[in-house]
Design a protein around this ligand. Structure first.
Ligand SMILES: Nc1ncnc2c1ncn2[C@@H]1O[C@H](COP(=O)(O)OP(=O)(O)O)[C@@H](O)[C@H]1O
Ligand SMILES: [Mg+2]
Length: 234
């Protein structure tokens, strides 16, 4: 199973989805950020001819891979996919995260339109509603995008493919541990706090406890969203 996480827009949760939703739930999964494929060229590399060939070579290797495609690369990538006929076939599924901000909804519609144009059928597309406000129905917060989907039929939106807004994602951004690991942490924080020698140690432990609790709250949401994606894993 090879999954592209893609959107013309930045800040829709591509990296979050790749790192915390997909990679930890797919066996022996390679996680690749397209920006880092040629790391010596700096953090925001544009994929061009030779590098795209590298990506295609890479995709022939592992059984399971998640490719986090940075916003700066998407247009170029789609152009290349169109030129290297049928190279979009290397991906089984395209996960397209989106958020309620109007600009991001418009960019998401443009992304879906492009994916359809290069030949990705609705069955291989998954629209993921991210940063959702539980108190605001999807029909209202994603009105623009849902209207586009209804008119174009490039994707069949599934309201179960959803991740609520949660501050834990920003807190774990620089952490090397996944939310699943943080949630599974068996440390007895209460006991450690009781033993702590200084105020600063108590504070540090309290922060770790808060993170552990937030992670435990969010893992069931990630599990449910992953199930709703209906990925046919071997
Ligand atoms: N469901 C969510 N709730 C709250 N914050 C989120 C959520 N998903 C992502 N974020 C935050 O939004 C920002 C952008 O997410 P990121 O995954 O880096 O997007 P992209 O890779 O598309 O640019 C990050 O700070 C991330 O922690
Ligand atoms: Mg990113």
């Amino acid at each position: 199973m090879k999954i592209a996480v893609i959107n013309f827009s930045g800040n829709v949760g591509k990296t979050t989805v790749a790192r915390h939703l997909l990679a930890p739930r797919i066996p022996d999964c390679q996680l690749v950020a397209v920006e880092s494929i040629n790391a010596d060229e700096g953090p925001s590399v544009t994929i061009r001819g030779r590098q795209f060939a590298q990506l295609q070579e890479f995709l022939q290797g592992p059984d399971n891979a998640v490719i986090d495609i940075g916003a700066s690369n998407v247009e170029e990538l789609l152009r290349l996919m169109l030129r290297y006929r049928d190279s979009q076939e290397d991906f089984d599924v395209f996960v397209v995260p989106t958020v309620p901000a109007r600009k991001q909804q418009q960019d998401t519609a443009a992304t879906l339109e492009e994916l359809a144009r290069i030949g990705v059928p609705p069955a291989r597309l998954r629209l993921l509603f991210n940063q959702v406000d539980d108190d605001d129905p999807l029909e209202r917060s994603f009105e623009t995008l849902l209207a586009y989907c209804a008119a174009s039929r490039v994707v069949q939106p599934d309201p179960a493919i959803v991740l609520p807004y949660n501050e834990v994602y920003s807190l774990v951004r620089s952490s090397t541990r996944s939310l699943v690991e943080l949630a599974g942490d068996a440390t007895d924080y209460k006991a450690e706090i009781a033993r702590a020698a200084s105020r600063s140690e108590v504070l540090a432990l309290a922060q770790r406890l808060a993170l552990h609790r937030l992670a435990r709250g969010v893992v069931p949401q990630l599990d449910a969203c992953f199930t709703a994606l209906r990925l046919a894993l071997a």
